[in-house]
Design a protein around this ligand. Structure first.
Ligand code: ATP
Ligand SMILES: Cc1cn([C@H]2C[C@H](O)[C@@H](COP(=O)(O)O)O2)c(=O)[nH]c1=O
Length: 203
């Protein structure tokens, strides 16, 4: 099974991913963790460029293509081999983030992003996307003072990202929208239910 986590920055993805890893491991799954962008050596370098080089001004198209490039490497080096080996992949973010951040929030043509996304993921799509939904005015203060390049785009940008995620969730395949304003345990319970349900539905 391939599960991705998405949502605006500070929505609680890492917290919930770690709890789900614990549960799935107890159930006998061999879990492979990854983050997008990142995980591979090339992907981590691209991540550094995208998030931690404030001096670089990146056009939205450049940004979109860099995220896609990191993802293509992640698919070929990590995700596809892990799935083929029968492992369960949990990934922090995936293509849906590109559509929400660079499409809906930064104004790129959505069909263009989807088109490049097809090339980047090469048919490797999550069996389930957990979308942690939280108002930006709750998530933003959680980020603290050391904001990365994307977080520094601010709360109005995060609002557009959130709206984009929710719009995409109406049609994107296999998305579970989870109310992330709840307590950590309640969110985890909802995630486990969504995972159990999807496992039952899978061939
Ligand atoms: N349900 C919750 N209620 C209150 N605080 C939470 C909740 N979930 C996570 N947090 C706290 O919010 C902060 C951000 O959580 P976390 O790192 O899991 O989010 P994230 O979505 O992975 O963030 P980022 O997008 O910046 O990587 C952490 O300090 C975490 O302890
Ligand atoms: C995959 C992807 C990510 N982003 C943004 C979302 C976040 O602001 C950062 C990644 O940091 P995180 O700690 O892993 O959440 O990058 C994006 O804009 N486009 C994408 O495709």
């Amino acid at each position: 099974m391939f599960i991705s986590f998405d949502g605006i920055d500070g929505a609680g993805k890492s917290t919930q991913r770690d709890l789900l890893t614990q549960w799935l491991t107890e159930q006998g799954h061999e879990v492979v963790l990854c983050r997008d962008p990142g995980t591979t050596e090339a992907g981590e370098r691209v991540r550094d460029l995208l998030l931690h080089r404030a001096e670089l001004e990146l056009h939205p198209r450049t940004e979109m293509l860099l995220y896609m490039a990191a993802r293509a490497q992640l698919v070929d080096d990590v995700i596809r081999p892990a799935i083929a080996a029968g492992k369960t992949v949990l990934c922090d973010r995936y293509l849906l983030a590109n559509i929400a951040y660079q499409g809906h929030a930064s104004g790129l043509d959505l069909e263009d992003v989807r088109g490049v996304g097809k090339v980047a993921v090469d048919h490797v799509m999550p069996d389930l996307t957990i979308l942690l939904d939280l108002p930006e005015d709750i998530a933003f203060p959680r980020l603290g003072k050391n904001l990365d390049r994307m977080e520094a785009k601010g709360v109005a940008f995060m609002h557009r990202v959130r709206e984009g995620f929710l719009k995409e969730a109406e049609t994107y395949p296999h998305v579970a929208v989870i109310d992330a304003s709840q307590e950590i345990d309640a969110i985890q319970k909802a995630i486990r239910e969504a995972v159990s349900q999807r496992l039952k539905d899978m061939p």
